[in-house]
Design a protein around this ligand. Structure first.
Ligand code: PLP
Length: 222
């Protein structure tokens, strides 16, 4: 099946639902991305800053909305700040301040999601509810005018236990609701829940995802 077929099938399964598909193109060559662009999809995600920059440079003349979905080191923010549309993986105030600083240099506002730790694996990055609240309550946060917090992101445990995955997505949704009501009750732009990948996107959609991040299902195995 072609990349276009894969995308069409996914869109059909999402029929009627207002869900943003971020096509995760990591490790895939430029030709594959161009193939996807030619089927009319231009929302792309990468998980490494270096690869994101390289692909951005090669595809500069195309109209693409680039998302950074992977863990972000502070010293790499400056490379993606000129063009990145959304950073899904904000897990500290320090990182948020750096994104703000670099966005300001380019006179931009970068959309950000707060990443929550929902998996029962140590290796996955992210905040817990208290850490998140502390960021949003802080004096420093209130001065950051070049970042816009649009919602939350989470990654479920890599497991075949689907009821566990569902529980983890439920927990992300719950934490989203708490943050929404305490800090963004009147903010229409705080509305995104980024959860769900190739193996668990249907559960994520069931549990309220507004953004799904799909690599393998669109581009094939890596
Ligand atoms: C690779 C990746 C995805 C997509 O993974 P697939 O299983 O190939 O759909 C989504 N989110 C993040 C953060 C990733 O690194």
């Amino acid at each position: 099946m072609s990349i276009c077929d894969n995308l069409e099938n996914l869109k059909r399964l999402l029929s009627g639902k207002d869900i943003c598909v971020v096509a995760v193109s990591k490790t895939k060559p430029i030709e594959k991305i161009v193939e996807l662009l030619d089927c009319g999809h231009n929302i792309l995600g990468e998980n490494k800053a270096q690869e994101l920059v390289a692909k951005y440079e090669k595809l500069k003349e195309k109209s693409i909305e680039w998302h950074m979905v992977g863990h972000m080191q502070r010293n790499k923010v400056k490379y993606i700040a000129p063009f990145v549309s959304m950073i899904h993986s904000v897990d500290s105030l320090k990182l948020l301040k750096e994104i703000n600083k670099q966005a300001k240099k380019h006179n931009r506002v970068i959309k950000c999601l707060l990443q929550f730790h929902i998996a029962d694996e140590d290796s996955k990055f992210g905040l817990n509810l208290d850490e998140c609240k502390n960021i949003l309550k802080s004096e420093e946060f209130s001065t950051l005018n070049n970042v816009k917090i649009c919602g939350v992101m989470g990654m479920a445990t890599f497991t075949s236990n689907l009821s566990q995955v569902r529980q983890e997505f439920k927990s992300l949704k719950k934490q989203y609701e708490v943050i929404k009501s305490e800090f963004f009750a009147n903010d229409n732009e705080f509305k995104e829940i980024s959860m769900g990948m190739t193996n668990d996107w249907e559960i994520a959609v069931d549990e309220g995802a507004t953004i799904i991040r799909i690599g393998t299902l669109i581009f094939g195995k890596r």
